[in-house]
Design a protein around this ligand. Structure first.
Ligand code: DHB
Length: 307
């Protein structure tokens, strides 16, 4: 089995849903908890108030992945705080997303004051809110926000990050993150603002933002691997990594782990295949490990070799 401890929390498996998939309602979160081979559940990113999200269609399946501009539809922070505060058979990660600086501070004050003692993940990377830039692409704002948060916040906290594409940006962001007692980063969120066109209709395939949306699925695996590897090379060992992006098979999981991921989450492929995917990924990873003579993930985690 693939038990793992991340930030002092014991997970029965390395596998999680990527936030946004299979985690909007209590029924969906319970399904993640109860499914075979899952480590627990990450909630849909919660905003202070309930939101309907962007107009439909706002998700479209591509040949090698997906494009979405959901616009943070969610049942509101109290709904998700209530869920994670209850007892569950597996751990929870409470994902929160402020629409502005003051929202983030307010949400974290509420979690600090609550009975919840589990992990929280602050989403610094939602690309789909009309008129709002991704916080984590503004390094000064990210630093200022984390400084403010850690002036009062003492519970376990990680951050969800967008993909970076320049090695200097990894240096700059890791230097900021290393200043704070973060439990983990979750990398990557969707690759922001792709575009797809139906050539019969000559129209974009999703309605919000004139068709621009976040990319996920197999097409983003190399970007996800690069982000996991680059951050593992730069972050303090105390900051764990949830590898997210492009996982459809045990091979993809194996690569995320070689890059240094502590846990691995699945979004697009989970949406297409359902929670049965976690048993398949577990079996496929176990077969690769058996063939290579590995008996534990520790035998190879983070040990990708240079050419
Ligand atoms: C949404 C998309 C994201 O990538 C994210 O991090 C949060 C929310 C959304 O559109 O709902």
């Amino acid at each position: 089995d693939f038990k793992t401890t991340m930030a002092s929390v014991e997970f029965p498996s390395i596998f999680l849903n990527a936030s946004g998939v299979n985690c909007m309602t209590v029924a969906e979160m319970d399904e993640m908890i109860n499914a075979a081979c899952t480590g627990g559940v990450v909630t849909k990113s919660a905003t202070p108030q309930q939101r309907e999200g962007n107009p439909q269609p706002r998700y479209y399946q591509l040949e090698h992945g997906s494009i979405n501009s959901m616009g943070l539809p969610n049942a509101g922070f109290p709904y998700y705080l209530d869920y994670v505060t209850k007892e569950h058979a597996k751990p929870t990660i409470l994902s929160v997303a402020g629409l502005q600086m003051s929202d983030n501070i307010e949400l974290l004050h509420k979690i600090q004051a609550s009975e919840y003692t589990g992990l929280t993940e602050l989403n610094l990377s939602c690309p789909n809110v009309i008129g709002k830039p991704q916080v984590a692409y503004d390094f000064e704002e990210t630093d200022a926000l984390l400084a403010e948060i850690f002036s009062f916040y003492t519970k376990p906290l990680g951050v969800k990050l967008p993909p970076y594409f320049d090695l200097v940006h990894f240096d700059q962001m890791a230097a900021i993150l290393n200043k704070y007692p973060l439990t983990h980063i979750n990398t990557v969120n969707s690759v922001g603002n792709g575009l797809w066109i139906d050539i019969d209709t000559e129209k974009v395939v999703i309605k919000p933002k004139q068709g621009f949306g976040g990319l996920g699925g197999a097409m983003i695996l190399p970007t996800a691997l690069a982000n996991v590897r680059a951050f593992r090379q730069r972050l303090n060992p105390s900051i764990k990594i949830i590898g997210t992006g492009g996982v459809t098979s045990g091979k993809d999981v194996f690569m995320h782990l070689l890059c240094g991921a502590d846990m691995v989450s699945v979004g697009t492929a989970l949406l297409h295949e359902g929670v049965g995917i976690f048993q398949r990924l577990t079996d496929e990873l176990a077969a690769i490990m058996a063939e290579k003579g590995y008996t534990s993930i520790e035998d190879f985690r983070g040990k990708v070799q240079d050419f």
